[in-house]
Design a protein around this ligand. Structure first.
Ligand code: HEM
Ligand code: HEM
Length: 188
């Protein structure tokens, strides 16, 4: 498998970044909902609320770093041609959805970061390193950071659902192997 995309397939970097982000974002949704839903002193799967906050913030910042590499990789390289089975309408929808997905990869971690810094909560990276706070306390920034973080989370979830719907419709009903374009060993 080539490292970079070619004219008819995604390369190893694109596939690796894609699936790392899927796993990290799945964790972000799970941890985000657990930590905001539990009480102080509760534990879920052996972890307390502080642990979930720490891991949510830390993994979220790792996801931001990966999003930077992913975007660079997309700009430096080329994109493979469209899958031949996509209709004109689907191509337009996919194009818009991908813009939303890329935007969310930055808006989510950046607003989360602004919220915790401006709110005075800070980030203890992986429970070890206290990150410097270049923002300082600001109620207004914390307010907007938090609400954009929460509502952008819903927009992202809707975009991922649309993305998944198109992929699964092709893979399971049209049986054209669209999913294989993003899997390590491309079979189609
Ligand atoms: C990278 C992608 C990220 C995703 C997909 C994500 C997703 C989420 C979700 C789904 C929630 C639950 C929202 C709700 O209450 O309904 C949440 C909450 C939260 N996130 Fe993130 N997050 C990300 C990154 C970050 C980062 C980098 C930070 C901070 C450095 C952060 C800080 C927070 C905080 C403090 C909350 C709790 C907000 C509240 O009190 O309601 N997040 N996040
Ligand atoms: C289980 C969930 C997912 C599956 C099965 C899946 C599957 C796929 C497949 C098969 C493609 C290639 C489509 C083509 O032929 O062009 C693709 C592309 C893409 N996916 Fe996903 N995806 C998932 C989740 C996500 C998530 C969570 C994001 C972002 C937050 C995302 C962002 C993208 C983007 C931006 C592309 C275009 C290629 C690129 O620039 O990386 N996907 N996905």
């Amino acid at each position: 498998m080539p490292l970079q995309n070619t004219s008819d397939s995604y390369g190893a970097f694109t596939k690796l970044f894609h699936w790392i982000i899927v796993v990290l974002f799945a964790w972000q949704y799970v941890s985000g909902n657990i930590m905001t839903g539990m009480e102080r002193g509760d534990t879920v799967a052996g972890l307390g609320q502080n642990d979930y906050y720490n891991w949510h913030k830390s993994i979220g910042l790792v996801a931001l770093a990966i999003a930077v590499f992913r975007l660079l990789n997309r700009y430096i390289g080329r994109l493979p041609g469209w899958a031949p089975t996509l209709s004109g309408g689907e191509k337009k929808v996919i194009h818009r959805l991908e813009q939303v997905l890329y935007l969310a990869m930055f808006v989510m971690p950046v607003t989360g970061y602004i919220y915790v810094m401006a709110g005075g909560f800070g980030v203890l990276l992986f429970g070890e390193y206290k990150l410097p706070d270049p923002i300082g306390k600001s109620e207004t920034l914390a307010f907007y950071g938090k609400w954009i973080h929460i509502y952008a989370g819903y927009v992202l979830a809707a975009a991922v659902a649309g993305h998944l719907f198109i992929v699964l419709r092709h893979q399971l009903f049209m049986k054209d192997g669209l999913l294989f374009r993003m899997l390590p060993a491309r079979r189609k």
